[in-house]
Design a protein around this ligand. Sequence first.
Ligand SMILES: NC(=O)c1ccc[n+]([C@@H]2O[C@H](COP(=O)([O-])OP(=O)(O)OC[C@H]3O[C@@H](n4cnc5c(N)ncnc54)[C@H](OP(=O)(O)O)[C@@H]3O)[C@@H](O)[C@H]2O)c1
Length: 305
Amino acid sequence: MPSKGSKKACDVATAKIGFVGAGKLAESIISGLVVYGKVDPKRIHVAAPSSNNTDRLKQSFQGLKVSKRNLDIFGKFDCDIIFLAVNGSVIRNLYKLGGSRPAPLTTNYIPNMKHPLYVLSLITGFEIKVIKDCLLNPEHPEKYMLEMHRIMLNCAAAFGLGVCAVDVEPDSKKLAEPVRALLSLVAKLEYIPEAQMDAACALCGSGLSFSYYFINAMSDGALKIGLSRAAAVKFSAKTVNCATQTLLESGKHPNELKDEVCAPSGGAIYGLSILDKADVASGVSGAVEAAYKRALSLAREDNPA
Ligand SMILES: NC(=O)c1ccc[n+]([C@@H]2O[C@H](COP(=O)([O-])OP(=O)(O)OC[C@H]3O[C@@H](n4cnc5c(N)ncnc54)[C@H](OP(=O)(O)O)[C@@H]3O)[C@@H](O)[C@H]2O)c1
């Protein structure tokens, strides 16, 4: 990407950060950036059609700027790194409204910025090239200094603990340094091919709630056998954390570790046979699959978000 222009390429300490969409995911990322990444809210700009979410964001993060016009993120606010966090139905609707090309997400196509622009799409179900057609003026695509990626970032970003998948190797030159540095404030970065981004999203996005469900179910069992609710939840969570850490540290397959902690005729194997009988494994894998299918069908529905 060319890097010359009237404004210098940004760095993570000064970049103006934009969000198109102000929903759950945008709020999680903003919260993580401000609270854990120590990003000054004055550098954060958000566009959404109503004030349903932006009013709350303005109150929570003093100095954060909002607009009802998506174009302001690129024009008036002149942001450097922009997250696209709208539902897929918004993009679908642009294609429905347009003729031979989709209508622009920003009313007019985004201006040819005089500085590098980094756009990160979180939108489920849509490839980069499909989104690009909703942003760039087709007459002069060569005028843009644009680096665009599809990413997955789960809501744990709100605690600076997110999982983030990017469509290029995050440590390579294919990912600009300010983007790598910004995302690293709230998440650990991994590579996932663009074609697998929706699957990663179902696993890491919805999987977070499945994990809470599992922790809660284990703590219910502990409550039954006499632990207090607070202790049961805390120790359940810590146990799942132990399992996660040992799995990632050892590089072993989960089944191998599972076998290692089962003593002959011990409690663990008796408990596992209850899970097998209840078909928990197929329930959990089915939940991931259902989340994936549902997210894609929502993206494909024609109703505007
Ligand atoms: N890739 C990932 O890691 C990941 C993880 C979770 C979710 N997602 C995806 O991220 C996207 C956002 O999810 P979410 O949970 O944050 O959704 P959400 O809570 O439903 O929020 C959607 C936001 O988009 C705004 N919006 C609607 N139409 C718009 C338009 N034409 N222009 C600009 N903004 C518009 C809404 O505005 P109002 O505030 O006015 O209602 C709202 O703020 C979805 O595509 C979802 O599938 C991705």
